[in-house]
Ligand binder design. Structure first.
Ligand code: ASP
Ligand code: MG
Length: 421
């Protein structure tokens, strides 16, 4: 008997009909002779709606109470799913994250898993139950408070459960057939990948691909749990995420895909004194505000006069905080001003084959030039090239790069559901 962990995203259980459909799929897996643990997200856009509600009630909701609120979304989906399974003649039992042993840090809204103690899950499995676990949530052993794992966190719950239970497979069900060469909502001829390495998937997820949550891929790689990404609306084979970069032959698959991200802003600090320690002071201010930054460039635009500009990208949600903290220390650091720009988008090209193909950057930049897209920042890793451009150019840029690397195919990608919210 194999142990299968299945995770269903919000659009897979967006209404009663879908819940019943998913229940049937779970029962089929069970009938095939497997033990099944299901991790479920909140129905449809419930989490967004709960956050909107909180925002209407309070301008700055208390983080503890906000977690009590948003974790309710998964409590609804887990219980109705268990009911639907029971009606099909199988026994199911739902557990909150806390009951399932998801122990986390106390950081509300962005808690990290510190341990998983799935005693009750294991006991229920041993008694023959199908187990449903609420995704995206846990409990802090320090504060005893309920926490949430950050948006999209149900994937992490699934991978952590799979690791703790030593599951044979971790299947991630969503509203598309797998991992695509680009977001099919923007690039209609995007192709589904049959498989992809953990590293490439990490780069795609970190670059804005929403199909898998970055932390779940990190977790899966650390514990060596292959992920099977597939659709709950079809029976197609999906994408297997597994294996390491070292195992991919250098010559193979030049590019795996293009990702884009609209969640970041660009911040520029101008006329920073060009002496040792100035950059350190700036990034110290950002670090103290607990802001994660990404692409950094130090320009030589004003070379020769002892000053330089520094730009970087950061989540739009942290923009106000960053600007405020930097302006406070302006005199001390000695820069001229802070320019904050939210109208930017980020595009990334990811592929293991880049390591051994020198022409990739040239083709990439030429594609953007032909599409009349201006590049504002460029950064690279071993298997990724990213640029920042105008937000209004982003869709055009994604299509242009996807075309230039001939990633498209005959088959039209299907987006079965979801609002993409
Ligand atoms: N329901 C949560 C969210 O929308 C968690 C998840 O979907 O994975 O972010
Ligand atoms: Mg969701």
């Amino acid at each position: 008997m194999a142990l299968v962990v299945q995770k269903y995203g919000g659009s897979s259980v967006e209404n009663a009909t879908r819940v019943k459909r998913v229940a049937e799929r779970i029962v089929q897996t069970r009938k095939a002779g497997n033990d099944v643990v299901v991790v479920v997200s909140a129905m449809g856009d419930t989490t967004d709606e709960l956050l909107d509600l909180a925002g209407e009630v309070s301008p700055q909701p208390d983080p503890r109470e906000l977690d009590m609120l948003v974790t309710a979304g998964e409590r609804i989906s887990m219980s109705v799913l268990a009911m639907a399974i029971n009606d099909l003649g199988y026994q199911a039992r739902s557990f909150t994250g806390s009951q399932a042993g998801m122990l986390t840090t106390a950081a509300h809204g962005d808690a990290r898993i510190v341990d998983v103690t799935p005693g009750r899950v294991q006991a229920a499995l041993d008694e023959g139950y199908i187990v449903i676990v609420a995704g995206f949530q846990g409990v802090s052993p320090d504060t005893k408070d309920i926490t949430s794992l950050g948006r999209g966190g149900s994937d992490v719950t699934a991978v952590a459960m799979a690791a703790a239970l030593k599951a044979d497979v971790c299947e991630i069900y969503s509203d598309v057939d797998g991992v695509y060469t680009a977001d099919p909502r923007i690039v209609p001829d995007a192709q589904k990948l049959d498989d992809i390495s953990f590293e490439e998937m990490l780069e795609l997820a970190a670059s804005g691909a929403k199909i898998l949550y970055l932390r779940s891929v990190e977790y899966a790689r650390r514990y060596g749990i292959p992920l099977h990404v597939r659709s709950s609306y079809s029976n197609k084979p999906g994408t297997i995420v597994s294996g390491n970069l070292e195992d991919i032959p250098m010559e193979q698959a030049l590019i795996s895909g293009v990702a884009h991200d609209r969640s970041e802003a660009k911040l520029t600090v101008t006329r920073v004194p060009d002496h040792p320690g100035a950059a350190a002071q700036i990034f110290e201010i950002i670090a103290e505000a607990e802001i994660d930054i990404d692409m950094i460039v130090q320009n030589v635009s004003t070379a020769g006069n002892g000053h330089t500009d520094i730009s970087f990208t950061l989540p739009k949600t942290d923009g106000d905080k960053a600007v405020k903290q930097l302006r406070k220390k302006q005199e001390k650091v000695g820069f001229e001003k802070v320019i904050y720009d939210e109208n930017v988008g980020k595009l990334s090209l990811v592929g293991a084959g880049m390591r051994s193909h020198p022409g990739v950057t040239a083709t990439f930049c030429q594609a953007l030039a032909d599409a009349d897209v201006n590049i504002e920042i460029i950064s690279t890793s071993e298997i990724r090239i990213s640029v920042v451009c105008r937000d209004s150019d982003l869709n055009t840029a994604v299509k242009a790069v996807h075309d230039a690397f001939e990633l498209g195919g005959e088959e039209e990608a299907v987006v079965y559901a979801g609002t993409g919210r």
